[in-house]
Design a binder for this molecule. Structure first.
Ligand code: NAP
Length: 242
């Protein structure tokens, strides 16, 4: 199978790329700017005997997404699985949020996933086969104070997942999403050790998650074992949201 993973140069996306490649899939590693990181993911996959290429594209730009889709199809022949993982976060009270912050978060997190779905789904519909997994967040489920923008962008991803699952289910395509809790990636690099300890203490499982915890859930949702699951939002959060 050919898998396109957005935002796969770092964090959850990079772990997901390696996980799929380790299970024999050809992986298209998308990134926005960090070419060195994307190429190191590709190198790690190839060194382990897998198949991967890197594709630079800002997912918020429809033309760039179309071009990337065409390049992946030209290299690998098709796209069977789409993982919409690229995302950015933003902190701040609503009254301090600038229009530019709104555009940055919503264009990346929401328009980005919309753009890739719109570009890739015709390929899947034509084959009557395909899987999409979107990466939302527990804050899209329960909302976070001081992160209204991020929370609303991730709630939109859950809505996108449910509507799209209804729309393309009859075409044999499953669409699901995962809502990670606190995962150890660059996105949380600003947290102090005390913040992390407090978050661990709050979680029933007493720990934060790894990118691999999310990667394995995404992989499961794309596997044959999940063939009767669509339109669902799966929490990967150590029990922070129950
Ligand atoms: P990360 O380590 O900050 O990595 C973000 C990735 O997204 C990078 O590969 C980055 O590419 C890419 N990216 C950002 N903007 C992009 C754009 N416009 N077009 C294409 N790629 C873009 O993030 P992460 O923590 O792994 O998060 C991955 C996803 O999980 C996000 O959707 C995030 O909201 C969600 N999530 C994370 C957590 C958490 O605790 N970490 C919790 C819940 C949900 P470059 O390297 O080129 O910049």
């Amino acid at each position: 199978m050919v898998v396109l993973i957005t935002g796969a140069s770092r964090g959850i996306g990079a772990a997901t790329a390696k996980f799929f490649a380790g299970h024999g899939h050809c992986v298209a590693v998308n990134y926005k700017e960090n070419e060195e990181a994307a190429l190191s993911v590709v190198d790690a996959i190839r060194d382990a005997g897998g198949i991967a290429n890197a594709y630079r594209a800002d997912v918020s730009d429809p033309a760039a997404v179309t071009k990337m889709t065409e390049s992946v199809v030209s290299d690998f022949g098709t796209i069977d699985i789409l993982v919409n993982n690229a995302g950015v976060s933003a902190d701040g009270l609503i009254q301090e949020t600038e229009d530019a912050d709104y555009a940055y978060v919503m264009d990346t997190n929401v328009k980005g996933a919309f753009n890739t779905c719109r570009a890739v789904l015709p390929l899947m519909i034509g084959k009557k086969h395909g899987k999409v997994v979107n990466v939302a967040s527990m804050w899209g489920e329960v909302g976070a104070s001081n992160e209204v923008l991020y929370s609303m962008s991730k709630a939109a991803i859950i809505g996108l997942t449910k509507a799209l699952a209804k729309e393309v289910g009859p075409s044999g395509i499953r669409v699901n999403c995962v809502s990670p809790g606190v995962i150890n990636t660059d996105m949380n690099a600003s947290y102090s050790e005390e913040d992390i300890d407090a978050l661990k203490a709050e979680a029933p499982l007493g720990t934060i998650g790894s990118p691999e915890d999310v990667a394995s859930t995404i992989y499961f949702l794309c596997s044959d074992e999940a063939d009767f699951i669509t339109g669902q939002n799966i929490g990967v959060n150590g029990g922070l949201v129950i």
